[in-house]
Design a protein around this ligand. Structure first.
Ligand code: 5GP
Ligand code: ZN
Length: 114
């Protein structure tokens, strides 16, 4: 089966502005930023969605949050704050089928749904 778009970014088959990478996680700028800082933080493992998460993925999800905080610090927004969004499935508005965490920051982020 063909790799998804984010797996292609991981394999450097399509370009992205990468801001963080280790052996398990990669983070890159969203191609259509919804805020001055809009970074996607993803596991390198192809997990299609939060609904596909398994027990063995619990550690990587925890690590992703630590990395998000590290990136926020590097981007200079840790003090002012940021928002993390995970769209999940059809009703959640997920468009790319590879688990990703949106890190949004750099301005007041406006209306909250919750
Ligand atoms: P979703 O709607 O699935 O939660 O978010 C997918 C995000 O991926 C969108 O914000 C979209 O702009 C971003 N995106 C889609 N294709 C690409 C791409 O090829 N490169 C980058 N950097 N971001 C992408
Ligand atoms: Zn993938």
């Amino acid at each position: 089966m063909e790799d998804c778009i984010f797996c292609k970014i991981i394999k450097r088959e399509i370009p992205a502005n990468i801001v963080y990478e280790d052996n398990e996680i990669i983070a890159f700028k969203d191609i259509q930023p919804a805020a001055p800082i809009h970074i996607l933080v993803i596991p390198k493992k192809h997990i299609p969605s939060l609904v596909e998460l398994t027990k063995e993925d619990e550690v990587i999800v925890g690590k992703i949050y630590t990395i998000i905080n590290k990136i926020a610090e590097e981007q200079g927004v840790k003090e002012k704050g940021y928002r993390v969004i995970v769209n999940c499935g059809k009703d959640g508005g997920q468009e790319v089928g590879h688990l990703h965490f949106h890190l949004l920051a750099g301005k007041p982020l406006g209306e909250k749904i919750v």
